[in-house]
Design a binder for this molecule. Structure first.
Ligand code: ZN
Length: 137
């Protein structure tokens, strides 16, 4: 049996993101000055250099931008065959996650995906993605 995923390690900048996952909500950072969304979390807006921001709730829907199937080295906390994916969220930001419930030949760039949430070894949740039905088969 595969052990649970390692727990997240929040930083001061990313704590809000991990806290959102524990509520089954995907959050991005929205600049309070220019309104640009950004991810991964960081203290300053790359557009206008403001340090004022608010957490913005994201839909969790997007499309597959890129996917790889790591083989070596095998990691004890991941079941062999897992997929690492870059997801373009419909809000216009990109994030790194795992793509589940699909095998590599059927994981097509551009396919519609949605977020779901799983528990890590600490009980804190992690985000994962899976295809949205219509793009399968
Ligand atoms: Zn800004």
């Amino acid at each position: 049996m595969t052990p649970p995923r390692p727990a997240p390690t929040p930083s001061r900048d990313s704590a809000f993101f991990w806290e959102g996952l524990n509520r089954d909500v995907l959050l991005g950072q929205r600049c309070s000055d220019c309104q640009r969304l950004r991810h991964p979390p960081r203290p300053m807006c790359p557009e206008c250099r403001s340090i004022e921001w608010q957490a913005a709730e994201l839909s969790g829907r997007g499309t597959l931008h890129a996917v790889v199937k790591p083989v070596h080295p095998p990691l004890p906390m991941f079941e062999p065959g897992y997929l690492v994916a870059l997801i373009d969220l419909e809000e216009g930001i990109r994030l790194l996650s795992n793509l589940c419930e699909v095998e590599l030949p059927d994981a097509k760039i551009g396919m519609a995906v949605e977020a779901f949430f799983v528990e890590s070894e600490s009980g804190d949740k992690l985000h994962q993605f899976r295809p949205i039905g219509d793009d399968l088969g």
